[in-house]
Ligand binder design. Structure first.
Ligand code: FUB
Length: 314
């Protein structure tokens, strides 16, 4: 084989077999990933851990955005939303998710409300593109702690996940210790009807709702330290059939927060751990991606967390 032929073969091999090594980003600490597919790109919305060490608690003030056309090469777009964009909030930029409706992008976020409505709350920002600019859509919270009174915790209204069903009805799922959902009005800015409980076992937090084929999936963090479990249903309102653990404990992190997407014919599991950077831990986490595989009956194979990362989308 000539030198040139060898080089061509090597380039082909590398381009076919390239991987997005985990963690995705080594210059910052990222957590609570949410992903949105827009045409031929994936937008990744991540929480931003800035705690100096792992002994205290979360320090999170803004959310970072990245995009990719292949799940391997990621472009950083910096922080696109901060707690201070919500005048009624006083801290804690926890988990979030963005969804598109009629050309507008709605970014549902967890934040701590100021003392007028103490406790965690869910707000929503809106923008004209997946990168914003985003502004507080309501000037007040969409969900506040006083709207749910069935737990003693003030952190039970966190981790929003949104979904628009095939008939156009939008839903908001959220919760810590008690999982809940409610319909959203077409404007995406008001709950439509009462808040409903969900029946899924061993629930902690981190709900993610998605559909694949004709199955609806609810994945969530279970137990503590957290694993990711999931349930399936033929209807978005249940009943939910429990399918067990999807992802084991994420290295060196008490939490384990996932997003699941289909992109260019492949499926991906996006999550965080605390072990893939030297100074990582529960409050200094890193977003990772691995491949996700469905079985013919719609169940999902247990995730294999790797250092090599996901295989590319083409
Ligand atoms: O990042 C802060 C909180 O930790 C999130 O809201 C939870 O899902 C857990 O990951």
């Amino acid at each position: 084989m000539t030198k040139l032929k060898f080089l061509c073969a090597l380039v082909t091999f590398l381009s076919v077999n390239s991987y997005a090594a985990n963690p995705l980003f080594s210059d910052v600490r990222t957590a609570d990933p949410a992903a949105l597919v827009v045409k031929d790109k994936v937008y990744l919305y991540a929480g931003h851990d800035i705690a100096k060490d792992n002994t205290k608690f979360y320090e999170m003030n803004d959310w970072l955005v990245y995009s990719s056309s292949d799940m391997v090469n990621w472009e950083a777009h910096g922080p696109r939303l901060t707690v201070s964009d919500f005048k009624w909030a006083k801290g804690d930029a926890w988990a979030s998710q963005v969804i598109e409706r009629k050309g507008k992008y709605y970014w549902y976020v967890t934040v701590r409300h100021n003392d007028t409505k103490p406790g965690f709350a869910i707000g929503v920002a809106v923008g004209d593109s997946p990168l914003g600019p985003f502004k507080d859509a309501l000037g007040k919270a969409l969900v506040t702690n006083d709207m749910t009174t069935d737990t003693p915790n003030d952190w039970d209204d966190i981790d929003p996940s949104v979904f628009i069903d095939d008939d156009g009805q939008a839903y908001l799922f959220w919760g810590n210790s008690k999982p809940r959902y409610a319909k959203l009005k077409k404007n995406m800015l008001e709950l439509d009807g009462s808040i409903q409980p969900l029946t899924i076992p061993n629930f902690t937090e981190a709900l993610w709702i998605h559909k694949h084929g004709d199955w609806y999936y609810l994945s969530y963090a279970s137990g503590f330290p957290e694993k990711i479990s999931y349930s399936m249903s033929k209807s978005i309102t249940g009943p939910w059939e429990h399918k067990g653990v999807l992802n084991e404990l994420a290295g060196n992190s008490n939490t384990n927060h996932q997003a699941i997407i289909d992109f260019k014919g492949k499926s991906y599991f996006i999550y965080h751990n605390g072990g893939s950077q030297p100074d990582g831990g529960s409050f200094r986490r890193s977003v990772c991606i691995d491949d996700l595989h469905y079985n013919a009956d719609g169940t999902i194979q247990r995730i294999v967390m790797t250092s090599e990362g996901a295989t590319p989308a083409k």
